[in-house]
Design a protein around this ligand. Structure first.
Ligand code: ZN
Length: 100
């Protein structure tokens, strides 16, 4: 994808419904909120729009859902915030490895 200057831009996706663009950083920032279905309607639309057009974020979203499933099965009531922190840092590690 290129803008008018011809410089390649990151995966910036314009949502056809809302006309709002979110980039991968924004998508990743709201990923777990999205998975937990705690976004409002507009944010959900933006996130779905981005995932439709961005295989990389879609991959991370699937990974996040799998990890969340593991957490729910193994640790229903204990320290979910702490586990979430660990999962997020693990995802961050995976991203760094992938982009290195
Ligand atoms: Zn993306």
């Amino acid at each position: 994808m290129t803008d008018m200057t011809g410089i390649p831009t990151p995966n910036l996706v314009k949502d056809p419904v809302t006309g709002i663009e979110i980039d991968c950083d924004q998508a990743m920032a709201t990923l777990f909120t999205f998975i937990d279905a705690e976004l409002d309607v507009h944010e959900l639309e933006e996130m779905r729009g981005h995932l439709d057009d961005c295989p990389e974020c879609l991959y991370e979203e699937e990974l996040g859902r799998k990890l969340k499933g593991v957490i729910q099965r193994t640790c229903v009531e204990r320290a979910p915030d702490q586990l979430r922190e660990r999962v997020i840092s693990r995802l961050t590690e995976l991203r760094q490895v992938k982009s290195a």
